[in-house]
Design a protein. Structure first.
Length: 111
């Protein structure tokens, strides 16, 4: 499955649009991660634990989007975007990762 941020596929012809597909994933941050992250921010450096968790959340959202595209008969998703939402309040320190794009079918472009 091709997943692209561009609206077209170079050298390919989009032959059918299947519509919008999305994938979501929730990432809950706990007190210990928050404390560790704060310490790292004060002394400098990267908070690799959060980076790993965000990567995992993005991958889960991408997989969900890809599965939905396959169910529609697509072999590509174009115009893909990733968004992060802070779901504070009753959800605590929860981050939602959303990936969306247009599910398409493409074929090789004839010369």
């Amino acid at each position: 499955m091709l997943i692209l941020t561009t609206p077209t596929i170079e050298g390919k012809k989009i032959v059918e649009y299947h519509g919008l597909v999305t994938g979501d994933s929730l990432l809950g941050a706990n007190l210990y991660k928050d404390m560790f992250s704060g310490v790292r921010d004060v002394v400098g450096g990267r908070t690799s634990k959060y980076e790993k968790e965000l990567k995992k959340a993005r991958e889960m959202a991408r997989k969900s989007m890809e599965e939905k595209a396959e169910e529609k008969g697509a072999n590509a998703v174009v115009g893909t975007r990733v968004a992060y939402h802070n779901l504070g309040g009753t959800m605590g320190n929860t981050i939602m990762v959303t990936i969306s794009g247009t599910a398409d079918s493409y074929r090789e472009q004839l010369s």
